[in-house]
Design a protein around this ligand. Structure first.
Ligand code: ADP
Ligand code: ZN
Length: 342
């Protein structure tokens, strides 16, 4: 078991990799605790839930809605929840986003923790204190920065995760290795068979390393003024791809990573051989590297999304594998690369 402390200005959050879900009740006083989960997790794991009232949301992004926040808050009120209560979110990124937001806002905030059940939640969504819901098709427009007390990552839960969702999370794992961990990148290249089989030892190692990278970056810049922007690697292009194509988040980020690698080579920051390694690794984990939508369409969506930033946008580029730099890129330059040279 690995405990990763996340030191923040006023408090500390703890990510625990390799803890067993059955030990969850050791982390709170269950008489005043309320669980938020989604229907899939409730179906598979309800026998193992601690004996607390449970609110079940529908699975998927559509639950990240203010109406759902209202429903949960109403339920909490009916249950007699007060500011001393504790909320536990059991689920993937969607549950963590909503449970975190509800906990941060209900009666101006009650303490909360997560059991992260998807790979994406374990290495990314559950760590760092960002939460929120969507509004009118815009993602995470309403939300807060509020840290959970704990994030439990029981990697055995990954065994029931659908393949597509597992691969989705691998895009963020690869992203973290590209940002800060050249040796993990190498390990992902060499150990793809046990990783894809989700072998426990390999998962504990991989999730531990990846979660630590996220935690370290969050510690340096909790509120995203500088260092934390590095986590947007692959996401500027990726979000636009996601919007245009409707591909999953992980698939879109993979395409964004490949795009960023290409631009990094063009800018002389990375070698062509390293770019090939990035593409190969993404393909090894069954992730796409080319957008099914044309660059003009993606660019259009990107510009619309970033219109507040002016003539240039912040783009995360790779300085080889394991290091990145955030640079302003002129939109004309980006357009030229995307349409003519990609
Ligand atoms: P993400 O974690 O990728 O942000 P979600 O929270 O929507 O997104 O989770 C993706 C899907 O996987 C959801 O349908 C969720 O119910 C399901 N899921 C999450 N964790 C598990 C698990 N351990 N076993 C089975 N299904 C899971
Ligand atoms: Zn992401």
């Amino acid at each position: 078991m690995e405990k990763i402390p996340v030191h923040l200005k006023n408090r500390q959050s703890l990510v625990i990799v390799g803890e067993c879900f059955n030990n969850l009740k050791r982390y709170f006083n269950d008489r005043n605790t309320f669980i938020i989960t989604d229907r899939n997790l409730d179906n598979i794991y309800k026998e193992r839930f601690p004996d607390c009232p449970v609110y079940i949301i529908g699975p998927g992004e559509k639950s990240k809605d203010l109406a759902v926040v209202g429903d949960i808050s109403r339920w909490l009120l009916d249950q007699g929840t007060d500011r001393k209560s504790f909320i536990v979110g059991i689920g993937g990124g969607v549950v963590c986003d909503i449970a975190g937001f509800v906990a941060a806002t209900y009666m101006r905030g009650v303490k909360f923790g997560f059991v992260a059940t998807s790979l994406l939640a374990m290495v990314d969504a559950a760590i760092g204190g960002k939460n929120g819901v969507n509004l009118d098709g815009y993602k995470n427009i309403i939300g807060t920065f509020t840290q959970p007390e704990f994030v439990i990552c029981d990697v055995d839960l990954l065994l029931s995760l659908p393949e597509k969702e597992f691969v989705n999370g691998m895009a963020e794992v690869i992203k973290h290795a590209l940002i800060k961990d050249r040796s993990q990148f190498k390990r992902l290249e060499e150990f793809s068979t046990p990783v894809m089989a989700r072998e426990r030892n390999e998962m504990e190692y991989m999730v531990g390393h990846s979660a630590r990278i996220k935690a370290t970056i969050v510690e340096m810049d909790e509120l995203e003024h500088g260092e934390r922007r590095k986590l947007n690697l692959g996401h500027t292009w990726g979000h636009a791809v996601e919007k245009v194509t409707g591909l999953s988040h992980g698939e879109s980020v993979a395409i964004g990573l490949a795009f960023s690698a290409g631009l990094s080579v063009k800018k002389g920051l990375m070698t062509e051989a390293e770019r090939r390694r990035v593409l190969e690794l993404l393909k090894t984990y069954e992730l796409p590297v080319m957008s099914p939508a044309g660059p003009a369409e993606v660019l259009d969506a990107l510009i619309k999304d970033k219109k507040r930033e002016g003539d240039s946008i912040h783009f995360v580029l790779m300085k080889g594998i394991g290091d990145v730099v955030v640079e302003p890129i002129n939109l004309e330059e980006l357009k030229n690369f995307a349409i003519n040279e990609q």
